[in-house]
Design a protein around this ligand. Sequence first.
Ligand code: TRP
Ligand code: SF4
Length: 438
Amino acid sequence: MVEVPRIDPWSSEQYADYSKIVEAFGISQFSLDAFKLPDPPVLFRRGIVFAHRGFERVYRAIERRERFAVLTGLAPSGKMHMGHKMVVDQVMYYQQMGADIFIGVADIEAWGARGVSLEEGRRIALEEYVVNYIALGLKPERCQIYFQSDRKEVKDLAFLLSRKINWSEMRAIYGFTDSNNMTHIMSPLVQVGDILHVQLPKHGGPCPTVVPVGIDQDPHIRLTRDVASRFRLFSVQPSDYGAGVFLKGDREDADDLLKRASDALSAIWDLEVNMPYRALYVKTNDLIDVDDVIVDLEALHNPWTFIQPSSTYNLLLTGLRGEKMSSSREESAIFLTDDPDVGASKVMSALTGGAVSAQEQRRIGGDPDTCTVFDLMRFHLVQDDRELAEIYRSCRSGERLCGSCKRFTAELVRAFLKDMTDRRAQAVESVQDYVVQE
Ligand code: TRP
Ligand code: SF4
């Protein structure tokens, strides 16, 4: 039996052993062989987005140019750093692919888990996060940034969907104890509300949704996906015949629902109906197509019809001293608002994968795989794959030494931060084009 590690989304622990997590929680590997995304950005090309749940559904929407949504949340505490930029890069890519973008400011969570007041959360979100998002290139079209505390439907879902979540489940997922405050305990439910509210009729109805996150957020994703399926009337599963569609629970309108489902499905596929078992067997292996038909039907009866949201997981950027990159540790991260000189000097004192001396490094080479400076280039600063491969190779071979390599990277950081300073000055003027106060 695999030992299941508990992931705590609020701790500052590092999760070094990603493969164990992937295995224990049944997450799938992400690869561009499976998902041939058009013009994938570096995070997809370089294995930084390394795993997913249910991305097939989003990929299909991208391929077919159908509606899909991206939902991400940001906890307004502290400053935004290069680690946060990863999610923004993904959001912007999906925006180019035609997604509807929803960005929730997790001010309720920041209050519950960290004691940040709503006023302070709002200020930090607007001055720090929103401005940086815009400066990084997010476009206002089909994009809304909202606050959890403003959005009634998010809070309503948090309350009402909790009907199907029990306390022992919350304790098992999050390790809550008697001394956790109730807002903290409820904050994952608000996050469920964040992720699912984009599929309410008000926002266009059920649609594939992708939530790009760091692996530390997976507990929320598992909870949300489970809740989404608990509110479905039918379950769609693989069966010997192809797809099995089963009506759940006891319902007065069972016969009517089954009849409608069998009409809709038999218009497309061969079907076997087993009324006593409330089961329909569909001759196709394309479960997503079948589910789409059923979702459309359910949505007519149930405003809480949700397609299970998909997620992708990116590696966490290691802090410059080798720990988890954190907003609260000045020296661990390059902040997007750092003065360009300060950012450059942080690179100069960062932990590298270099050998003890230059002489030794010429002999045995460096280790880019454990180098925080290399990671900055790999995750963010070097766009050209061939150039990055050459840096990797010459580091390993000992031709490239850390001193000059850090100076090179420091200049890239300086240029990036300088650019951000300029773009932020522009961005402050357009904040209102993004933020929705409801
Ligand atoms: N919990 C996230 C964090 O700590 C913030 C968040 C709130 C979020 N709602 C979300 C992230 C929905 C992804 C999707 O950063
Ligand atoms: Fe890192 Fe560059 Fe040193 Fe290699 S040469 S270990 S990539 S700093």
